[in-house]
Design a binder for this molecule. Structure first.
Ligand code: FAD
Length: 256
């Protein structure tokens, strides 16, 4: 176990009541035109928390400034003590650039686990709506659904080859709708709204998880409320807000 190197990481983790660790990069590779995968080693199980959780990584900007960015845990390998992140590279941002340049044996400060949206344990079906930045979180959560159960994915992709699939338990009912962005702006909800409109929600009790761009997630929440979902059936987390860098806490600004 290697404590985080940056003293601020240790202070932050102490305030949050979580861990701060120095993790080494095991592998970094491109998994699709819009996503890279980073596998980190060291206290992985404790950092990764439960499906839906994320970790905060300390990255370096172009002028050497330190920034904290949050990434959902895609996978945990208990035997090898590693956790996997899927990171969107569709935009030009300091974290996207820094993480794309990582190589094996590089070391990163990681604070975690973070996040307050676990899987709803009593829902009959789980609806995951967002863009490629949410795919890692969605797949880890869906892999934790107790069978028989149902997972529905409506995911906007920037390139046809971003429609990554993953093997689920045979007893899990899976519907995946990948919506091509067709060059629309990342804050344009039209694609996900049309994907949603094409799908009939199952009649029993479900839960929707909306992760992605700030305005898009809110538009999808409204559409789901119009379709009869109650507030307590919807969990929303804005991952970024187009045109504005995420703040020091790793989250997009909420004020207009
Ligand atoms: C709880 C949580 C979990 C998250 N999990 C993931 C994850 O698993 N994978 C992942 O890829 N991201 C995830 N994110 C989003 C990620 O933290 C942000 O995208 C972050 O802003 C990237 O930092 P950056 O330094 O590259 O860009 P920033 O400096 O924050 O932003 C630079 C510019 O790029 C835009 N931008 C930022 N992110 C995106 C994007 N994804 N698509 C289009 N434009 C963007 C911004 O609006 C801004 O205009 C998560 C965020 C939160 C809060």
């Amino acid at each position: 176990m290697q404590l985080a190197q940056n003293p601020n990481s240790l202070d932050l983790a102490a305030r949050l009541g979580v861990l701060a660790r120095s993790c080494s990069v095991v592998t970094q590779r491109r998994v699709s035109p819009s996503l890279i995968e980073v596998v980190l080693g060291g206290d992985a199980v404790a950092l990764a928390g439960v499906p839906g959780n994320d970790v905060m990584v300390l990255v370096e900007g172009a002028r050497g400034e330190r920034l904290r960015r949050r990434y959902s845990v895609r996978d945990v390998d208990v035997d090898n003590d590693t956790l996997t992140l899927w990171i969107s590279t569709t935009h030009d941002g300091p974290a996207a650039r820094f993480l794309t340049a990582l190589a094996a044996d590089d070391v990163l400060d990681v604070v975690g686990p973070r996040g307050k949206i676990p899987l709803d344990p009593v829902a009959d079906w789980h609806l995951f709506v967002g863009d490629v930045s949410a795919l890692g979180a969605f797949y880890r959560m869906a892999e934790a659904i107790e069978t028989p159960g149902r997972a529905i994915f409506i995911v906007e992709i920037d390139d046809g080859a971003d429609a990554l699939t993953t093997p689920f338990d045979d007893a899990l009912g899976v519907t995946a709708i990948f919506v091509d962005r067709h060059g629309r702006a990342h804050d344009d909800p039209a694609g996900l709204l049309s994907g949603l409109a094409a799908f009939t929600l199952p009649p029993d009790e479900g839960h929707a998880y909306l992760f992605g761009e700030f305005h898009v997630s809110r538009a999808v929440r409204l559409a789901l409320q119009d379709r009869g979902l109650r507030t307590d059936q919807i969990s929303l987390k804005a991952f970024y807000r187009l045109g504005r860098a995420n703040g020091a806490n790793g989250e997009p600004e909420k004020e207009s």
